[in-house]
Design a protein around this ligand. Sequence first.
Ligand SMILES: Nc1ncnc2c1ncn2[C@@H]1O[C@H](COP(=O)(O)OP(=O)(O)OP(=O)(O)O)[C@@H](O)[C@H]1O
Ligand SMILES: [Mg+2]
Length: 256
Amino acid sequence: MSTDAPDTVIEVEGLTRLFGDFRAVDDVTFDVRRGEVFGFLGANGAGKSTTIRILCGLLAPSFGRGTVLGYDVMRKPEKVKPFVGYMSQRFSLYPDLTVEENLDFFGGVYRVPGKILAVRKRWAVEMAGLAGKERVLTQDLAGGFKQRLALGAALLHEPKLLFLDEPTAGVAPLARRAFWELIRTLATGGTTVFVTSHYMDEVEQCDRIALMSRGRVVALGSPESLKRDPKVAAAASDDGPTLEDVFVALLGEGAG
Ligand SMILES: Nc1ncnc2c1ncn2[C@@H]1O[C@H](COP(=O)(O)OP(=O)(O)OP(=O)(O)O)[C@@H](O)[C@H]1O
Ligand SMILES: [Mg+2]
C-alpha cells in the first residue's frame, strides 16, 4: 500500500498520457476521499474519459503516479479492476439482450458467484424500477431505465469505487434528478463516486469538482469554494455566482 491515509481512495500526481505528441492528460494532480462524490467537468476532449480509463486500469499512463484503493495503476492495474465499477460513456448494455440477460452477462464479467448474483440481480432490477420487466429487451426501455440498469450492472459486484462517465447524457431531466439521488445514497453508504458531466446543475451536487481544460486541471474544490474565487465573484451577476460563472471565469482563463 502506497497510500498513507486509508480514507484516500484515489491519489494522482503528475498524471500524464500522451497520444503521439498530444497530451490528452497533462500533469494532473488530485485525490479523492472515501464516500466522496467527485466531479470531473470539462469541454469535449478535455481528457476526462482518458483519466477514467487510466484509473480503471484500462490504459497505461505515460508519466506520473496514480494509486487507486492503494494499488499502483501503472504497475498493478489488474489489482484495481475487481474493486471498481465502470459505466462507460457509450452505453455499456447490449440492446438486443433482455434486462436479465444483461445482468447475467455483467455478473459474469465481474465474476459474481451464482448465489450472490441472484440477490444482486434482484437488487439491481428493483433499484432500476424494472421489477416484472426482466424479459424485456433492453433496446425497448426508455433512456432513464436503461441508465439505471447500466448503473445496476456496474454495481453488481458491490465495488468500493464507481466511475460514471457522462452517465446522464441524453436522459430526461426528471430521470437525471432521480439518478443523482441514487448516487448520493450510494455515497452515503460509503461508495466513492467519480463522475464526469457537462451539466452544471449536476456537478453542483458533487462534494468537490475538478475543472479540466486541454488535459489540465485548472481549478479544484467544492462548488461553494469555487464560487468564492475572486475571479468568479467579479464576473458574477447581482444574484451571486453560479457554477456557470465558475466555468466561464476559470475555464476561460485555463484554456487561454
Ligand atoms: N486512443 C486515442 N488515440 C488518440 N487520441 C486520443 C485517444 N483517446 C483520446 N484521444 C484524444 O485525447 C483527447 C481527450 O479525449 P477524452 O476522450 O479523454 O476527452 P473527454 O474529456 O472525455 O471528452 P468528451 O467530453 O468528448 O467525452 C481528445 O482530443 C481525444 O481525441
Ligand atoms: Mg469522454
